[in-house]
Design a protein around this ligand. Sequence first.
Ligand code: PRX
Length: 652
Amino acid sequence: MSHAPLGSVDGARGAVPPPQEFVARSRYADPGVYDEAEADWVGWWEHQAHALAWTRPWDEPLAWDPPFARWFVGGRLNASVSCLDRHVEAGHGGQVAYHWVGEPGDRRDLTYAELAKQVGRLANALRGLGVARGDRVAIYLPMVPELVVAMLACARIGAPHSVVYAGFGAQALADRLVDAEAKVLITADGAHRRGEVLPLKRVADVAMGAAESVRACLVVRRTNSDVRLMPGRDAWYDEVVGQASPTCEPEAMDAEDPLFLLYTSGTTGTPKGIVHRTGGYLTHVAATHRMVFDHDPDRDVFWCAVNFGWITGHSYGVYGPLANRATSVLAEGALDHPSPDRAWRIAELDGVTTLYTTPAIIRAFRAAGEDRPAAHDLSSLRLLGSVGEPIEPEVWRWYHEAVGGGRCPIVDTWWQAETGGMMLSPLPAITEAKPGSAMRPLPGIEASVVDDEGAAVERGQAGHLTVPRPWPGMLQTIWGDDERYRRTYWSRFGDEVYATGDRARVDDDGDLWLLGRDDEVLKVAGHRLSSAELEAAIVDHRAVAEAAVAGRADPLVGHAIVAFVRLRPGYDADPARVAQLREHVAARFGAIARPETIVVVDDLPKTRAGTIMRRLLEDLAEGRAPGDTSALDDPDLVAHLVEATAEATGRR
Ligand code: PRX
């Protein structure tokens, strides 16, 4: 499931050194940082941890009982104190934490002092609803300030939050509420999205119907949509919070207490609740936000332009920037609506210095007009970042020239929901970046590309990307399933080596080029979806007997979903049926999961062992001639599959 090979630009050819002017103003321009960190990597992370506010020092920096690690053992802290209180106490209460921009064009600036008060109020309100330390709170909100407030309020009272992307449908939300046994759900009446209103509360009602654990639901007013409040369970957010005191005593959390859960797609139909701990996670995201973005709180305006329902928003939209007292932009809705220039207007108006987003969004910007950024004064920009997928060298160069005016370094940061924070990335004042390469492990991190037996590959070779030692942002476990944690990440190469599930190539200089996933995880417009979850959503339709999905590499969205479907007897494969199936998936799972193409087939290609031959489906989805199909149980099926795919693609 790899993208078109990106490794074609090799060696130092095309490498872009950091501009002198950038280096001169950088706080992290000393290349000695790599050796310094490597000489005592645990001590180096300890040093980073000192940048947070602790109420009790740790006794031991790391206890490693593979594959379980404990970081900063015995230490106590509260993430909301490191992110808010200490900045206010140091006299920065009046500094803007977020310039918020709503999709319809409304704006609101939120200072650190105001954010702290709102967090205190909601934290008290949650306690009033019976939420105790350790209880889970689900958050299903659009990109409104209350989303950040809710995350921090949970952190304040030690209730792990589980943010669910507001584009997900009822089934996806219900699965996540049930798995986490969430006690409270915070949602909104609706969400603005490209001029339309998504009926969030109505989706939440369906999901809550299937999730008995949810006792209370707070509803933020955003779109003035008509919603039904169930007596005894639902209440308006502003009414409950308005009555609460802004002062709330923070829970003294153990460094190892979970800060949040974030569900992510794996290779089976059940999403995994990735658990992140308090002390290690916050240390990692704060340190990497500071170094990789060369962040200066008195100079920079930082914009993490992604939806905060995903890990990037948690780490570099909320926790990292707030721990570093950043002023950030928080934008609701699509960045190219109502005008394709919306992002550039925001960057101009708010004086954004650092823009961090996904290749999918960068490609969409470019498709909207190569020269559009030139119509705006983007001279405030000094640094650009990319995350979530490999960035094609030509897209990198466009980002560099058209958006960054040739003067802004680009940090291509590789990491995962599981790693908590960045793992591979250039350092902007040090690294000569190669367009399309995430370059090297960050200081304090180790990575290794290995063959099937776990031996490091030679330069010039590709293999599995692994992380052969613990790091502070690493997931603690999978919620409620230590065994799945061990099996998924720490068994392929033994229990001391983290298997990322990605493939990478090491070039002649030792720099790393990501080649895509080893498994059936798709990236659709930067969002991680698993084939198995999508298949479950399709098969759930009464007309469907069996389904398998494959990704077609798409120049804009990364992967477009192609679903191969066998219908039950008595159901016809007419266009109306196909349209109905596409909508069914969108309603259950969310619009991002709507298949681009549905190919109705007589049977799915299976091997004699009964497993679906995914490689063949990928070939079909890509319009390639099928490779070796000799292992198929029914070799005669191939001609039919090719024909059915051509027909369905023609209809697309
Ligand atoms: O395949 C890698 C890809 O995104 C996966 C992780 O997805 P998720 O957990 O949703 O986190 C995305 C944001 C951190 C990885 O296994 N990926 C992430 N960053 C890059 C990348 N692939 C290539 N280059 C990157 N910079």
